[in-house]
Write a protein that binds this ligand. Sequence first.
Ligand SMILES: O=C(CO)[C@H](O)[C@H](O)COP(=O)(O)O
Length: 153
Amino acid sequence: MKIALANDHAGYALKEEVRELLQNEGHEVLDFGTYDEEACDLPDFIYPASLAVAEGKAERGIFIDGVGYGSAMIANKIYGVSAAVCQDTFCAELARSHSNTNVLCIGGKIIGSALALEIVKVWMNTEFLGDIEKYKRRVDKVNDIAEKHLKKI
Ligand SMILES: O=C(CO)[C@H](O)[C@H](O)COP(=O)(O)O
């Protein structure tokens, strides 16, 4: 799969580990930066990476900052992006199987890298249970809200 990675200074170290994991598992990584730990502004990196997911240049995105929610706030403003913050593998599994997210947000300051890499593996390898009517119906309702309130790109 082609994966967009993006991060701020607080997510840089973990992003490097996530990139290595993804490449070792055969994925192609599009790295939108930032590329070091110098303080920066999260939207400058998450916005272009979110656009890449929305425009189909990447199938999914993994965004990493200090605690995760800032990345999710930005990503979820973009039509076609559905982002969840996950701090454990159960959340990561449901973020795919129930909610069909295409962006995973994690916080480099709040979970260790061993857990973060497990979260990435579970999220990457879990399919959406779209053949179960209640999950499809709920995701369709979320998408209907986006149709009404987010600008299509
Ligand atoms: O977690 C974050 C957003 O969700 C950011 O990484 C955090 O706000 C950065 O803060 P600072 O500039 O003080 O390092």
